[in-house]
Design a protein around this ligand. Sequence first.
Ligand code: CO
Length: 298
Amino acid sequence: MDEETLNKIMKAGRIAAQVREEGAKKLSVVGTSFLTTMDYCEKRILELGGEIAWAQLAVNDVAAHYCPDDDDTSVSKEGDLIKVDIGVHIDGYIADNAMTIISGTSNEWKDLITTSQKALNAAIKLVRPGVQLWELGEAQYSEAEAKGFTTIKNLCGHTLGRYRVHGGISIPTFNNKDKTELKEDMQIAIEPFITNGTGLVKDKGKATVFMMGKEKGVRSPYARKIVEFVKPRNGLPFTFRDLTRQFGKGGTALGLRELQSLGVVRPYPPLAEVAQGMVAQTEHSMIVRDKPIVYTKI
Ligand code: CO
């Protein structure tokens, strides 16, 4: 990896960590608007010199993939277990990180949060060229099991590619027997999701975040405009409110319907724990070395 690339990655990491902390701090105050906070996080990424990859949150039994629409009036409530997941890129080099907080003064879910932190640290300790993926999964799972919790088996960490949120290798949160080895200089994100539920998520409710899928010709003007509009994202996610702010609700709905039916745009609905268990997540991005460079640490 050349110096210039490393510098871009490190810068993306510093910004992602900072914005993650700022967003989480806001949401730990009861009554904070989710929409306002996510807008704030996006604005901060730009102010700090980064590019937005995504700013998402997820509450209680929802593990991931929730981006408030413009008419979403949700606010943080006492005892809410809130995940803040921030992605920043510099020239396509992505930093992906997440943390979980409890809104207000409740301590009820503290154990879930500390377990997700411990699970992440246990995995990071093993990261080096040659480590096999199952080992990273087992390390995370052991921490969950020790506390009587479990990991969410169908959510994984992942490699990061240039402009690619998922670089093709999944890092399990349990021993899935995958003997694939990490290689020097791989960019990876490890993200244990810990729950007191069953340990699986499923789609819940309507998607508010999307990514481009197949390239294909589209007919209607709105569909075409949406494709043009998201082209500069280079394959990174975009939100429903990105589109409604540009094309209004009607135009967005029309265009998206066509794009989804053609598979040109893929929806990513919120993922909720199947038994409505509470979910905590902690995530860092790192570069694989004998001593990994964890570039989203403050
Ligand atoms: Co991630």
